[in-house]
Design a protein around this ligand. Structure first.
Ligand code: ADP
Ligand code: ADP
Length: 226
């Protein structure tokens, strides 16, 4: 696990769009932060800069004692969960879960143990031999989360992971993420435009508007000072 320090971070896209302006957030070890706000407010840009998927125009992001601007994406020790699941369609669930570990040269016995543990946590045991196309949306998102969990990363980054699911499934998956959070206690940044999801999951909420922080606090603090 690790703390994350976002210090005076800004992003100006080519063409001059100021997507994110002067954002500072100190995230404690094990804290679950939710970035919330309307479409276009800069949530995804900020998350992608932390992930190293987007260059940072100004300021710095540190994960633990590493400044991510200066660390290769592969050495960042973060795992990202995407809205579109980003599964490998030709691979079984087992292979999707194991792939990242295999690439890192993790020993076979360790891979098996980690995949088994993640599959148990996410109730994926019956589906390990299936291909993603033979899974429901909720099961696919569980595989995507499993891929992040098996890595045992310092931090999780979630980019609207539930927004492709129907309303009922969203509510139950929200509960599952909450349970995983309690169990793993991994530092997390979670992006959503769903206020209820944000309130339910967050230790602290960061409300963005037009690329700037509008409010930051616990769900109760934000709820009582709208
Ligand atoms: P959100 O995730 O809150 O919907 P984004 O971070 O996707 O917001 O977008 C923030 C702003 O940056 C928007 O005005 C969007 O149009 C702009 N933007 C996002 N990606 C790019 C890009 N690749 N090039 C130029 N502008 C972009
Ligand atoms: P790992 O499982 O160790 O993350 P992968 O080989 O599965 O390694 O993926 C390589 C990287 O590419 C990962 O960080 C993953 O999050 C990212 N990635 C995979 N699919 C997508 C996608 N559709 N869009 C953006 N990034 C992706």
């Amino acid at each position: 696990m690790a703390s994350i320090d976002i210090d005076k971070v800004g992003k100006v896209y080519a063409g001059g769009v100021h997507a994110v302006t002067d954002i500072s957030i100190s995230i404690a070890d094990g804290e679950f932060i939710v970035l919330v706000g309307p479409s276009g407010c800069g949530k995804s840009t900020l998350l992608r800069m932390v992930a190293g998927l987007e260059t940072i125009s100004s300021g710095t992001v540190s994960i633990g004692d590493r400044i991510v601007n200066r660390v290769e994406p592969a050495d960042r020790d973060i795992a990202m969960v995407f809205q579109n699941y980003a599964l490998y369609p030709h691979m079984s669930v087992y292979d999707n879960l194991a792939y990242g570990l295999k690439n890192r040269g993790t020993p076979k016995a360790e891979i098996n143990a980690r995949v088994a543990e993640a599959a148990r946590m996410l109730q994926l045991d019956p589906y390990l031999d299936r291909k993603p196309k033979a899974l429901s949306g909720g099961q696919r998102q569980r595989v995507a989360m499993g891929r992040a969990i098996v890595r045992k990363p310092a931090a999780f980054l979630f980019d609207e992971p539930l927004s492709n699911l129907d309303a009922k499934l969203r509510v139950s998956m929200r509960g599952e993420i909450k349970q995983l959070q309690r169990r793993l206690g991994t530092t997390s940044i979670y992006v959503t435009h769903d206020q209820l999801e944000a309130m339910t999951l967050a230790d602290r909420l960061v409300v963005l508007n037009a690329g700037r922080i509008e409010q930051i606090g616990t769900p109760l603090e934000v709820y009582h000072n709208p």
